[in-house]
Design a binder for this molecule. Sequence first.
Ligand SMILES: *[C@@H]1O[C@H](CO)[C@@H](O)[C@H](O)[C@H]1NC(C)=O
Ligand SMILES: *[C@@H]1O[C@H](CO)[C@@H](O)[C@H](O)[C@H]1NC(C)=O
Length: 316
Amino acid sequence: MPPRTSDRWPRTRHRNRRLWIPLLISALVVALASLESSAPVLRRANALGRRCSPDHVASPASSSGGDTIRPRIAIVSFSDDREVLAASRGGGRPRRSFRGVMETVEGNKRAYAAGMGYDFIDARGLVDRSRPPNWSKILAVRSHLPYYDWVFWNDADTVVMNPAVELENILIAVIGHSDFHASPDLVVTEDFNGVNSGVFFVRRSSWSESFLDTWWNLTSFIRFDSTKSGDNAAMEHLIGRLPPEESRVHVGVAPMQCLFNSYPWFPTWKSVYRLIFSPWTTWQGAYSDGDFMVHLAGLDDKRRWAAKFLQEMRTI
Ligand SMILES: *[C@@H]1O[C@H](CO)[C@@H](O)[C@H](O)[C@H]1NC(C)=O
Ligand SMILES: *[C@@H]1O[C@H](CO)[C@@H](O)[C@H](O)[C@H]1NC(C)=O
């Protein structure tokens, strides 16, 4: 006699439940093993076929017969040891030390700029003491903008890892052509939190000047927190509030974060969570061999990490 339906189901369910446990265990083992290996895999993202820039990026010289005037570009940066003091307001040791970072990476930036014919400017004289130092990047960019076609802002915790990459080609990869006069004025990358204000390009224009002035004026965003000073949130707010048409014309977002703002990936709780729930964002932003620039965002002891990446770069 064939078993009645009511008999068959409970038995299957019971068998399934017993199957569940080994399945769950093996899934956990596989997950742990793959997390263990995800760091080296992400590190090789480019070798595995990731493309940080579109395949056919015309170089500025070749696209118009070599007679174009190259844009004048300044790389502007600073780090201020007072950041540590600002961060430690409210007691306790600051978690994120910038001490000595600029000294560590300055040679790297200067050598890259000299090799490519850009200017490198250490703008530490321009720090406004009444705000967390990160805000003064706005003053630094604003004050050098009149003398250049583009200013490339770098937070101090960044290292040029592939000095063969030209900034012009990075811009072309974002704007899609090499006519810099018909280009967005602000070129940024996005990470898990949206726009990142640590590394960006600004073109000389009246739009850019007023953007920078308005950004500086968003004083309600100022924070004296150990990890957040509010300048990034203010920039994001400003971009988010632009009318869509203005945003389309004036703000260029890199198709891939790794085009010029890669973050090193380590298996911490936070990064593992992000790997699982935002795998694409992780993939397109994780630092891989061959990337132009590594940004030590979110890492403590930045000087040690900067030195480690510089050492690695010399031995490539
Ligand atoms: C920024 O604030 C200053 C001082 O209040 C003001 O003079 C200036 O017009 C403001 N600029 C913009 C673009 O909002
Ligand atoms: C300043 O910017 C750096 C680089 O992006 C960031 O890591 C750091 O947390 C910022 N500091 C504060 C106090 O926001």
